[in-house]
Design a protein around this ligand. Sequence first.
Ligand SMILES: N[C@@H](CCOP(=O)(O)O)C(=O)O
Length: 497
Amino acid sequence: MDYISTRDSGHRVSAAQAIVSGLSPDGGLFLPESLPQFSLSEIETMAKTGYAGRAVAVLSRFLTDFSEDELREYVSRAYAPEKFPPKAVAPVVPLDENAHILELFHGPTCAFKDFALQLLPFLLTASLRKTGCDKTVVILVATSGDTGKAALEGFADVPGAKICVFYPDGGTSNIQRLQMTTQAGENVMVFAAEGNFDDAQNGVKRIFTDRAYAEELAGKGYILSSANSINWGRLVPQIAYYFSAYCELLNAGRIKPGDPVNVVVPTGNFGNILAAYFAKHCGLPVGKLVCASNRNNVLTDFITTGTYDRNRGFYVTTSPSMDILISSNLERLLYLLCGRDDKVLRGYMEALAKTGKYTVGPDVLAKLQSEFAAGCADDAATAAAIRDVYRETGYLCDTHTAVAVNVYRDYAAKTGDRTPTVIASTASPFKFANSVLPAAFGRAADGGDFALLAKLAELSGQPAPRALAGLQDKTERFTAKVEPAKMKEAVSGWLGL
Ligand SMILES: N[C@@H](CCOP(=O)(O)O)C(=O)O
């Protein structure tokens, strides 16, 4: 199967080439030329296997230049028992009669990003081989909190790879920051970028599309790639866990084969919900896709009105991984909704770059609204959702998941939709103990990060993940700051150019 750039439908590459490049040189994102279809009986067969079997079944239909044996090996290493709990890689926990939490935070860095970023190093190094590239791959990452650590963990000391992460200075939780700044590995670098996530992401995209810089790097034996969800290799492993969630519901007798489920996703860069959209369009019985945002509610407004307008205040919230106003993956959805018309898509993206806004036509808006619902929750509503869910069910959710629960409850109340629902839980509550502790238990968030972790463990009766509690014994290695305009120079300096 070939992959096509959203900004030039004539630009076709193999899966391996798409994974190596990350972003298309024209600035577009790669998409499969068509979507593989899964029948109900194939989904029922998947339900009889474990997580690895489901992941291989999905990946092999998208990554057709990889053999099933290769994929099986990569998947078994990525989701090995020392990284994810073997019987509960992506468990589904009932919240009430209709709602279920898909827990995606049991990997090494306690966030859903591990599903893709434990696998991407295998996919990327194999893709370099398949494309005959003998250069060292330099992975640039912009993060609002979770991707950065997951990417560092995945790529640390991977031969033939170097990784550099930019996080917004002051824009992540302190635990998220420490996860990154204490990262071990000879091939890793972390910078605090001045400004917000959008500034960091724009800076990284500028570097990717700087052809002269790519040539300069090539001359020194380097090639750039991305571990953000602009890279197709980041997105495709996420499609697998929506199939897995459906299988879990079937196995638990919560649904019958063919029953539709709604999916609610807290999202900033639109990658996680887009993975659910792809699962739906590959044949998974999904009804509504509910897009949940925090106070940075540019996506809520877009889905409600058809106008995407990033000209608004940027807020630092208690769900920092979603503090984003330029949602990269929306470009992929728009391309599909406008019938793969690259000219129309380029028009939207040019308007976004020049004016910070665009409005889609009524046909695109109608298609969008037929599949997506949207809502948002500010920090107070998020805290109230954590408190209510904990009091009602004993379930402790993190701030991002709480945004989704709040939006789901609003959606269900407004529409009366009682379809069985999967709510993606994207991070461990312990990553955000400073917000979760006061919300769930009414305790003041004082005493330092690790005292808060310990208190949350004590009051909830759940152990704090070792990967987080262990941070207190680690030394911070990375303290450098950089202006977004100087990110390229920072990369060059780190590479010793
Ligand atoms: N929420 C992300 C922001 C980057 O998104 P990605 O899906 O492109 O990696 C984060 O936690 O960094």
